[in-house]
Design a protein around this ligand. Structure first.
Ligand code: AHR
Length: 498
């Protein structure tokens, strides 16, 4: 069969917040040390940041980067990471059983973000700490001058405040693995009180409350309801996290997992709106999917890593082509919720379950998942449109009626560009696509990018970094406002028109 799309420029789902294409750097494994920061590397700049990595991050046009965790943040004393480097203390990081040198902290990370043109999404520690340390950090980062913490920042060489706008109230506080984990009641209360004082220091900030660590937590979605009951008027967003794997090597089922992400998002929206109704509030809470990706390849390897070493190679998944297909489906799913999902962070950015890999002292390269993430980030800015879609379907182990076509449409009015993102989930059949675009007038195809591979398990490695890369040879064409294209078997497609 064939798939069809009807797109109209007045079917506007919502403005896409650029922060939808965010990412994440945690003090974990080689994300910071050996990833973004490696003084002595041939490509390091005067501050020790790897320019080869900066170039790749710039290619992705990452708008915002969450920091410093993750599980790490729940045991982190931010004061350890500021001031003269030679006086910084080495600490045990209990989250990852690693030795933390604190060579990089808040100011260095803010410097790095300026180099890659990204905002910081700062997380505060609500595991071992609370409102006091959180409000001090806001004062240190955002208050201009004339107070203890702002003057301390200035004395550390940062005259100008960092102006950090987006803040996470802790991380995965529902998870028993979390340092200082809490019940929903306990977390809701501390998050509310922390939010109040942080905003009293800087009323311009936006806050994200922790939702569930995954939808498979026993406390989901009661956790969200209770937390929002306590925090509703003090926060702007609630977080979602999800990671998928293909442990039983069932590829049709694996690439359908974005349907699970879709229903997760829908359930969290419903829960937010239930509390809105309960509180008779005019305010709407939006969503921040601040950890999402494929994560499973490195699980066994990680069990063998010795504790208390510096920057061990943790969570270094080597991604395959099929992972990129699912990542593409997840990006499409998120674009299709742009009305309520305002931020998202692919977890993570460098070395740790990441689109970018590095060798210590060596090269940096693009993993398979780099490409759909780059395409969505670069071409997915503007207004998400709501197409009417029809597609042939299949059933898999956990899902029924999985459409072969997964698609999203983004209209960038400023650039006068329309972009169609489309995945064909079929492992062996090409999918003919027809799209009715007549409301746009005389559109022409700029390019049809295709990411396809004969081998679902193809990967880009240090030895063979360009093993699986996209090409521009798609065959999309338009005639009288009607687009036709053939989507190759098991492919990610970006059809750009203007
Ligand atoms: O991204 C890796 C880890 O996954 C994060 O530290 C944690 O928040 C999640 O469980």
């Amino acid at each position: 069969g064939k798939a069809t799309l009807t797109v109209d420029k007045s079917f506007r789902l919502g403005e896409i917040d650029n922060r939808l294409y965010g990412s994440f750097i945690e003090h974990l494994g080689r994300a910071v040390y050996g990833g973004i920061y490696e003084p002595g590397h041939a490509a390091a700049d005067e501050s020790g940041f790897r320019k080869d990595v900066i170039d790749l991050v710039n290619e992705l046009q990452v708008p915002i980067v969450r920091y410093p965790g993750g599980n790490f943040v729940s045991g982190y004393n931010w004061e350890d990471g500021v001031g003269p480097r030679e006086q910084r203390k080495k600490r045990l990081d209990l989250a990852w059983k690693t030795l933390e040198t604190n060579a990089v902290g808040t100011n260095e990370f803010a410097d790095w973000c300026r180099k890659v043109n990204a905002e910081v999404m700062m997380a505060v520690n609500l595991g071992t700490r609370g409102p006091d340390e959180a409000r001090n950090l806001v004062e240190y980062c955002n208050h201009p001058s004339g107070t203890y913490w702002s003057d301390l920042r200035i004395s550390h060489g940062y005259e100008k405040p960092h102006g950090i706008r987006t803040w996470c109230l802790g991380n995965e506080m529902d998870g028993p693995w979390q340092i200082g984990s809490k019940t929903a009641e306990e977390y809701g209360r501390i998050a509310c009180e922390t939010a109040k004082v942080m905003k009293w220091v800087d009323p311009t900030i936006e806050l994200v409350a922790c939702g569930s660590s995954s939808r498979s937590m026993k406390t989901f979605p009661e956790w969200e309801a209770t937390v929002l009951d306590h925090t509703y008027e003090h926060v702007e967003y609630i977080s979602l996290h999800t990671y998928y794997g293909n442990r039983d090597n069932d590829t049709p089922n694996f690439v359908a997992r974005s349907l699970d992400m879709d229903s997760f998002i829908r359930t969290v929206i419903s829960t937010c709106d239930y509390i809105k109704a309960k509180k008779r509030s005019k305010k709407t809470i939006n969503l921040s999917f601040d950890e999402w990706n494929v994560w499973f390849h490195s699980n066994d390897q990680d069990k063998k890593i010795a504790p208390w070493t510096e920057a061990p190679p943790l969570l270094e998944d080597e991604y395959t082509f099929e992972d990129a297909i699912l990542v593409g489906c997840m990006l499409i799913t998120m674009i299709n919720h742009a009305d309520r999902l305002k931020m998202a962070c692919i977890a993570q950015l460098v070395n740790v379950i990441a689109p970018i890999m590095t060798a210590n002292g060596g090269e940096a390269w693009r993993q398979t998942i780099f490409f759909p993430y780059r395409d969505a980030s670069v071409y997915g800015r503007g207004v998400a449109l709501q197409p009417i879609v029809s597609s042939p379907k299949y059933d898999s182990k956990d899902f029924t009626d999985v459409p072969y076509l997964e698609s999203a449409v983004v209209y960038n009015e400023e650039a006068g560009e329309l972009t169609l993102f489309a995945v064909n989930r079929s492992l062996d059949g090409k999918l003919p696509l027809e799209a009715d675009l007549r409301s746009f007038g005389g559109l022409k195809v700029i390019e049809h990018l295709v990411y396809e591979n004969q081998d679902p398990k193809a990967a880009n490695t240090r030895e063979n970094p360009d093993n699986a890369i996209p090409h521009q040879g798609g065959n999309a064409s338009v005639d009288g406002g009607r687009l036709t294209a053939e989507l190759p078997a098991f492919s990610w497609n970006v059809i750009r028109l203007s």
